[in-house]
Each structure stands twice: as C-alpha cells, then as structure tokens.
Design a protein around this ligand. Structure first.
Ligand SMILES: NC(=O)c1ccc[n+]([C@@H]2O[C@H](COP(=O)([O-])OP(=O)(O)OC[C@H]3O[C@@H](n4cnc5c(N)ncnc54)[C@H](OP(=O)(O)O)[C@@H]3O)[C@@H](O)[C@H]2O)c1
Length: 275
C-alpha cells in the first residue's frame, strides 16, 4: 500500500479534454495550479491520452511546482489509438517516453493500463521491479475493471489498483476492492461522477463537446453504462464515503467544479454535513 499521506483524497485527471482540442493548454495549466492550491496532490495521466499531449501538459504545468508537493501517476501498455503492448520492452520504452514528456526523473505510480490477466507476466513484473530499484518509479499498480484486478491482487506485488468506484458497481466489484485493501493495496477510484454528468442541453464548451463525443463512442461500442447518480457531486460523495476508496480521481474542465469538488472533500474530512 502507498503510505497514508502519499496522496490527496481528491485526485485530478489530466486526460480526455486535457489531451487535445477539448481544453486549451493554458486552461489545463490553470486548473492544475488551482487544484494544487486547493490541496490536490494526486495527478493522473497516461501516454494514450492525445498521443502524449496530456503528459506534456502535466509536465509543463508542474515545472514550477516542487516535486515533493505532488504525486504523479501515469500508465503504460496502451498507446494512442488503443494499440496495446504489455511486453517488458514496450512498457520500458513507454515509461522512458513518459518521463521525458513529464519532465521528471521518476513517476510516483506506474499503472498498467487495462492488461489482460495473461499479460501480467513474470518477465513484465521483474522489469517493473527493476524500474523501481533504479528509482524510475516509486510504486506499481494496475488500472482496470475485471479479472486483471483479481490477478493483480493475487500476485501480491502491486501497490495500487485504479478502478471504477460509483454507485452502479456490483457487490462482487465492491468486494474485490475491499479485498485489495485488505491485501495492502491502495484503491484509486474513477468514474465517480461520469454517469451523472450527462450533458442535457446544447454543449456549452469545447470540453462538453469532448464529453458528448465520448458518450456517443461508448454507446457505439456498447460499453456497460456508468451509473448516473442524482448529481455528479452526489456521485463523488458516494465514492469518497466507501471505506475501500483511498482517493477518487475527477476530471473537470471547469474551475467552479474543481472548487466544488475540493470543498466537498474538505467538508467530509472535517466531518461536516455535506448535503
Ligand atoms: N473513465 C475511464 O475509463 C478512466 C480510465 C483510466 C483512468 N481514468 C481516470 O479517471 C479520471 C476521471 O475520469 P472519469 O471518466 O472517471 O470521469 P469523472 O471524473 O467521474 O467525471 C467527469 C465528468 O464530471 C463532470 N464534473 C466534474 N466535477 C463536477 C461538478 N462539481 N459538477 C458537475 N459536473 C462535474 C465533468 O464535467 P466538467 O468538465 O464540466 O466539470 C465531466 O463531465 C480521468 O481523468 C483519468 O485520470 C478514467
């Protein structure tokens, strides 16, 4: 498990609209700095988002921020366009490229991005451990939704799981995350708000257009729906209230939403009523 004060309860996702035309570069930088001012230390990104553009943006925004003030997570195994390669060599190349774009000599967490259970080979795991010994990464984890998470828990070598944490996940999915915590892995939740944040009217921003395009793509692919809560903030409240969730990563393109999310976390941490 990653040390308890290793990262904030609220994380910020530098993905999707922050990886291309959905949000301008300076807007992404402003949001990252606002997040830090609000106490966020956990930032998640990956090479697949915008062919490295998201990592470039995070690296640029964090140039002026002391390294020990943030916890940077990135991914490996899937490149832009969904091209997958979990061989040890490909993961090493991916990590080296990520470090260049992030302008860092190490990342705090390297997540394998949706491997199949069979892709979690001994050779790959030995290479990940070697990266850690060389100081290129501090922690290793798996980002996924199914049997690959069970395999990651079973292997006993990973520090963290990143997985959906919203009111629609099934009891077995919740039990898996509880098992991960018991086995000593940190659990980082995603999709807490995505189901509730469905655009209703006409898109009001470039970010909205990006979300709309994602929704259409998911429908066409017949992905299982992310459950809509009554509101995005209710979704975040639910996720943060689960004892198995160490942190919840949120994606936003709006400063007001970031402020609302941080205010909710602060109120929950202070034991204040939040609704
Ligand atoms: N989803 C995945 O498949 C996946 C996979 C790997 C990693 N992740 C990580 O998880 C992060 C979160 O992404 P997610 O897809 O799970 O989405 P999410 O954070 O659950 O939801 C994002 C949606 O919530 C809206 N939102 C945020 N705060 C709000 C507020 N206070 N009020 C109203 N709406 C609000 C955002 O719109 P606005 O921009 O308008 O605020 C956006 O439409 C990603 O950035 C990434 O780091 C996700």
């Amino acid at each position: 498990m990653i040390e308890a004060d290793g990262f904030s309860r609220l994380g910020f996702g530098v993905t999707g609209p922050h990886a291309g035309l959905g949000t301008g570069r300076s807007a992404t930088t402003r949001l990252i700095h606002q997040a830090i001012d609000l106490g966020v230390t956990l930032f998640d990104t990956g090479p697949a988002y915008g062919r490295g553009e998201a990592e470039n943006r995070l690296g640029t925004a964090l140039r002026s921020v002391p390294r020990n003030k943030v916890f940077v997570a990135t991914k490996a195994g899937v490149q832009a366009g969904g091209y997958r390669d979990f061989s040890a060599g490909a993961v090493e190349m991916s990590l080296r490229d990520s470090l260049k774009r992030l302008q860092r000599d190490h990342v705090d967490l390297l997540l394998l991005h949706g491997p199949s259970p069979d892709e979690l080979t001994d050779r790959l795991i030995r290479r990940l451990q070697a990266f850690r010994d060389r100081g290129m990464i501090r922690h290793i984890g798996v980002c996924g939704r199914g049997a690959e998470l069970d395999r990651a828990i079973e292997l006993g070598v990973f520090d963290a799981l990143m997985a959906p944490v919203h009111a629609g996940i099934s009891v077995p999915e919740q039990q898996r995350l509880e098992r991960a915590r018991t086995a000593g892995l940190s659990v980082i939740g995603i999709e807490a708000m995505a189901g509730a944040a469905r655009p209703t009217g006409l898109p009001a921003s470039r970010g909205d257009l990006w979300y709309l395009a994602r929704q259409v793509k998911r429908r066409l692919r017949r992905d299982p729906p992310v459950v809509a809560g009554t509101s995005p903030v209710d979704g975040l409240r639910w996720a943060l209230s689960q004892p198995f969730a160490d942190s919840v990563i949120c994606l936003t393109t709006r400063p007001a939403h970031l402020a609302a999310n941080a205010a909710l976390v602060a109120a929950l941490e202070a034991g204040q009523p939040t609704s």
